[in-house]
Design a protein around this ligand. Structure first.
Ligand code: URA
Length: 251
């Protein structure tokens, strides 16, 4: 059975529960409801609430993902999510970690091998470099909130597919809305392209300060630490990015 709150949430976003007319009370609660899709423009927009989002019947999610108005709801829904194929192959979900009142929110691509094992974003070699980048401007990992565009590890670290990014965007949008950060650091190509709905090279995107679509939250794009590990000469550019970030934070 739906709880009153779940029913309220469904009503709020205009979804009528599908009920089998004859006798099928058992398991009726497992009937899927349409997935909440992003509006055609931004993948992530904290101002696009589920109420405003358009609804497609093309794919389905379970009810648990619809009410995302508290951290508890968001984290539980991520753990319960089976909206895309990534959920079936990962060891565990990686919702995010850190200060829920952070001024700085860091958004990477998706969990890698180490993150998939540990359940925490950016804990491998890339994460160690990210920590050093933050330390360089006097910020510790515990002060920020770190998450990814997708919360499950893509197999063999492949790029997440469009439908996978789309499925996870509901969670990311809810996380951004909860934190309401002063600035977002978008780490790497997948993150920047998803957040900004852009296909421009990262080398171009790092030249400007962007804004999260339909919000006033600034986004600073930077190279992914994995890229810096392969191309150490780009670290000097990243140092400039970190100084810009420091300035936006008003430190
Ligand atoms: N790379 C990412 O983009 N995110 C992680 O969590 C780890 C590596």
């Amino acid at each position: 059975m739906l709880t009153a709150r779940q029913q309220h949430c469904l009503n709020g976003i205009g979804i009528r529960r599908w009920v089998v007319r004859a006798s099928a009370p058992t398991g009726a609660e497992d009937i899927p409801v349409p997935v909440i899709q992003d509006s055609p423009s931004p993948v992530v927009s904290p101002t696009t609430t589920p109420k405003e989002a358009s609804i497609s019947t093309a794919s389905v999610v379970t009810r648990a993902e619809i009410c995302l108005d508290s951290w508890e709801d968001i984290t539980r829904s991520i753990h319960q999510c089976e909206s895309c194929a990534l959920a079936k192959n990962c060891t565990q979900k990686v919702p995010g970690v850190g200060n829920q009142q952070a001024d700085l929110m860091i958004i990477g691509e998706g969990p890698g091998h180490d993150e998939d094992i540990k359940g925490e974003p950016f804990v491998g070699r890339s994460g160690q470099l990210l920590d050093k980048m933050l330390q360089a401007i006097g910020i510790s990992r515990s002060q920020v909130f770190i998450t990814n565009i997708v919360k499950c590890r893509p197999p063999n670290n492949r790029d997440p597919h469009r439908d996978e990014v789309q499925a996870c965007s509901t969670f990311l949008r809810a996380q951004i809305k909860q934190i309401d950060p002063k600035v977002i650091l978008s780490v790497g190509r997948i993150s920047a392209h998803s957040l900004l709905q852009s296909t421009s090279p990262v080398g171009k995107l790092i030249q400007d300060i962007h804004q999260l679509p339909e919000s006033d939250i600034p986004i600073k794009v930077t190279y992914h630490p994995a890229y810096l590990l392969r191309n150490p000469s780009a670290k000097s550019i990243t140092w400039q990015d970190m100084k810009t970030l420091h300035r936006i934070l008003g430190k």
